[in-house]
Design a protein around this ligand. Structure first.
Ligand code: PLP
Length: 401
């Protein structure tokens, strides 16, 4: 086939679909966000102060949870959950491999052993039956990830955790603003964690939050965030006002007041941004319904999807090249595609240290060869979304079998 001009791929010297790169994600920062940060900078509190508390209260309310604990990152939030649950050396925690490494690393931080369970092939969400198969007498908890922004099958996961006495942690870094059966993400598991990194649904620059209904766990995680030091002695007259005690080994995982001012300002706009993400996703759904080689992930009907990511699987059987060639071709068209994720158990750290490798989670491993993440963020225009669909169609038409 001889192609020229518009239909010649940019990697082959053709004209790219877009003149400039469309990133896969991008934060929204408005003037009111900037003003909120500046106001704190002019005040007396830079780190843990009134804005941290105010943000935690607003966040807990948004998520329908009794408590929220704000920390310095999503990774710190995950670590805090493992500490809060008392994970110790030798304990096993079942984790999905289709995630960012931090969801598993948090287990290792506490000396525990992450055990990878496989995912459902349509949605990339942790498969409850695979979780059940990986349970051993040493299993203490499950970390599920709301991949791409879709809440997991928590009714099934909750039942399994109840049956075996396991704690259920939801790494909801992707899913803030989503719902399952009308219940907000953040209220669906014993503990839920969030990231406030700039590509996530809302940002504080860096930051993380844990939500829970358990007051005791919340209190333990608050201590953990600041060296395990308690200052609850201020009312005791026999002790000096200086007195404090370190009761646990904690870290400095504090978040600043100006970050929480930004987060509060962002939280007020979150639902509007989620709505926009959902609009872009419907444009994609419609566009890709006409391209048989492109299969969007399955969205379950009981879910309101947060669409942190819009992920498609390329049907490699119907194409003459693999995922990497499609990825490179789309990049050349100036579409900022990504791949989420390299299955965690295939990283050298896990292969080398824990002897993990290929074959542990066949569905995740096979899916990894076909996945591409397309741009989605609230500041995208309909025209941007159309560019993405045009670029995908162009690449598929050249590479179709
Ligand atoms: C972003 C992310 C994290 C880590 O959050 P940070 O704030 O970058 O530490 C953990 N898990 C998932 C699923 C994430 O997407």
């Amino acid at each position: 086939m001889v192609l020229s001009g518009e239909s010649l791929l940019a990697i082959d010297g053709g004209i790219p679909v877009r003149e400039s790169m469309l990133p896969y994600g991008r934060q929204c920062i408005d003037e009111d966000d900037i003003q909120a940060v500046v106001d704190v900078l002019r005040g007396d509190w830079l780190t843990t102060g009134p804005k941290v508390l105010e943000f935690e209260e607003a966040f807990a309310q948004y998520c329908g949870a009794k408590h929220a604990v704000a920390v310095s990152s999503g990774t710190a939030a995950l670590h805090a959950t493992m500490f809060g649950l008392g994970i110790e050396p030798g304990d096993e925690v079942i984790v999905t491999p289709m995630t960012f490494a931090a969801s598993a690393n948090c287990v290792v931080y506490q000396g525990g052993v992450p055990i990878f369970a496989d995912v459902d092939p349509g949605s990339m969400l942790l498969d409850p039956e695979s979780v059940r198969q990986k349970i051993s007498p040493r299993t203490k908890a499950v970390v599920a990830v709301d991949y791409a922004g879709q809440p997991c099958n928590y009714s099934a996961l909750r039942l399994i955790c109840k049956e075996y006495g396991l704690a259920l942690v939801g790494d909801a870094s992707h899913a803030l603003g989503g719902f399952l059966d009308g219940r907000p993400v953040g209220s669906l598991t014993d503990l839920s964690t969030f990231s406030l990194h700039p590509v996530k649904p809302m940002t504080a620059g860096e930051g993380g939050v844990i939500t829970t209904d358990d007051a005791d766990l919340a209190r333990r995680m608050q201590l953990f965030r600041s060296h395990g030091i308690t200052t609850d002695f201020r009312q005791r007259e026999d002790l000096g006002m200086f007195f404090y005690e370190m009761t646990d080994l904690g870290y400095n995982y504090r978040i600043t007041d100006f970050q929480c001012a930004l987060a509060l300002s962002q939280l007020a706009k979150l639902q509007k941004w989620i709505n926009r993400r959902q609009e872009i996703a419907s444009l994609y759904d419609k566009g890709f319904s006409e391209i048989p080689q492109v299969i969007p992930l399955v969205k379950r009907k009981e879910v309101s999807h947060g669409y942190h990511l819009y992920v498609v699987q390329f049907d490699i059987e119907k194409l003459s090249v693999g995922r990497n060639a499609i990825f490179t071709a789309l990049r050349a068209e100036n579409i900022g595609v990504g791949v989420h994720y390299i299955p965690v158990h295939l990283h050298p750290f896990y292969k080398g240290r824990l002897g993990y490798g290929r074959g542990m989670c066949p569905t995740a491993e096979a899916a990894y060869e076909q996945l591409i993440t397309l741009p989605i963020f609230p500041g995208m225009s309909d025209e941007d979304a159309m560019d993405v669909i045009r670029a995908v169609r162009k690449v598929v038409e050249v590479f179709q079998r």
